[in-house]
Write a protein that binds this ligand. Structure first.
Ligand code: 6PG
Length: 248
């Protein structure tokens, strides 16, 4: 799994370039870019950079050819402060000329299982309407939890064993909340997966995910090992400080 280690200030610019290049390649090759966004705090500045007209990336992206989808969502309405959709809307979606019908949020305001079912239908419809015969994302952007969760697949989650459904609605005990999340089949078969990880609190999870002994139940990000070189880790030096092998 390729790993790029930068200082924190450069991380978002590196990520903006990588995301833009992947989108450009997808549009050239397939006429559209099916992009799954991550939530949390780490990607917010990246989204702002992509939307900033003073930066090179906004103009390079053919927004009318991009479909934005999400890797996971909290079980809240879209205007809730915790909503991943709301964060991406405010930082990116509201600032770029993407057709509204190309923005496919998980409907966190619904009962969780109903939201998961609805998103599976939306995924199928969206990929079909884009002329795809599969549901392979062109870009899967993911963050990493301190516990090495990806999307909303947390350590010990039953979703770790899901091999058929592409969207699930697990109860997350330590959060005492439902989440809506893509499942391993949906996450891992993406053409390109970009992990965006920053800060010292992630160092243990980064080392376990990339170099640790196999234990995907404890370290869900180890799911990404199945994707091989389709995964690239963009990590700042503090998040990388636990790496010892050739990735360091
Ligand atoms: C979410 C995210 C989640 C996130 C990690 C890291 O809904 O919170 O999708 O998977 O990427 O928790 O979050 P931070 O970027 O806030 O550290």
């Amino acid at each position: 799994m390729p790993t790029t280690i930068t200082d924190a200030a450069a991380l978002d610019h590196t990520a903006a370039e990588r995301v833009t290049a992947i989108i450009e390649d997808a549009v050239r090759a397939r006429g559209a870019a099916m992009v799954s966004l991550t939530g949390g705090h780490t990607p917010q500045h990246l989204y702002e950079l992509l939307a900033d007209p003073r930066q090179p990336w906004r103009a390079r992206i053919l927004w009318e050819r991009v479909h934005l989808l999400w890797g996971d969502e909290r079980h809240v309405p879209p205007d809730h402060p915790d909503s991943n959709y709301r964060m991406a809307h405010d930082a990116l979606v509201a600032k770029v000329p993407i057709p509204p019908e190309h923005v496919h949020r998980m409907r966190g305001e619904l009962e969780a299982e109903e939201a998961a079912r609805a998103y599976e239908l939306d995924l199928a419809d969206t990929f079909r309407a884009a002329g795809r015969t599969d549901q392979t994302f062109d870009l899967m952007l993911l963050g990493l939890g301190d516990d090495a969760h990806i999307a909303s697949i947390f350590p010990g989650s039953p979703v770790l064993h899901e091999r058929t459904r592409r969207v699930a609605a697990p109860w997350v005990p330590h959060l005492e909340a439902y989440r809506i999340t893509l499942t391993p089949p949906a996450l891992v078969d993406a053409r390109r997966i970009v992990m965006l990880v920053e800060g010292p609190k992630k160092a243990e999870a980064v080392a376990a995910a990339i170099e640790g002994p196999p234990d995907v139940l404890r370290w869900p990000a180890q799911l990404l090992r199945a994707a091989g070189d389709r995964v690239e880790w963009l990590i700042d030096r503090l998040a990388a400080q636990g790496l010892r092998g050739q990735h360091a």
